[in-house]
Ligand binder design. Sequence first.
Ligand code: DC
Length: 223
Amino acid sequence: MTSDRPLQVIAIDGPAGSGKSTIAKRLADALAMEYLDTGAMYRAVTYAVLLEGLDLTDRANDDTVGWIARRMKLGLSQDGTVTVDGVDVTNEIRGQRVTGSVSTVAAIPAVRAELVSRQREWAAERGGGVLEGRDIGTAVFPDALLKVYLTATPEVRALRRAGEASQQSVAEIAAEISRRDALDSEREHDPLRQAEGAIEVDTSDLSIDEVVALIGRQVELAR
Ligand code: DC
């Protein structure tokens, strides 16, 4: 689809457990837009790479990892189902193995280049959408209609993730989150940081409805 109308992109970034996925989904519903979980894309590439048994600590494998990202058929549906080459990997990509390696894969420039290009294509085909991740407002869509940076205290984030699934203890989850925060915000290429012009929303003491309403009002103002 081509149109002269600028893309209506809402960019939502923030660390693990800040509420991005829940908020982005609910906001997309409220605005009658589609939603893209870009973290799921990095997780899906990580899953495919682990399946090949590649050593991720060996930088000599980065080219192969980039090749896997470029050739993989990736399906993301609005109900949260994720497929890789037609196989449903929705549960597998949330497991500890993928979670433990995803920040390493996400730091590889060839992977980022491929996924950023797919994310831009996704939005262009729809005239926009709600995209959530780590670099949407800084790198993928710096001209987004609205850029939001979600935060929450480390304690709240660990408790949220513990409530979502997991056989891990809250302390283990807190350690994993803080390890990923460090890798995601200290990497060389498009690290996690608040984009210029983004509004910061601390979700620690707010309900989902309150956050969605707050961002919805900002969207109306930006339009
Ligand atoms: O949101 P999440 O926890 O599912 O994201 C998984 C990882 O993917 C995260 O630790 C960093 C990476 N990521 C990224 O580098 N850029 C994005 N836009 C989204 C996620």
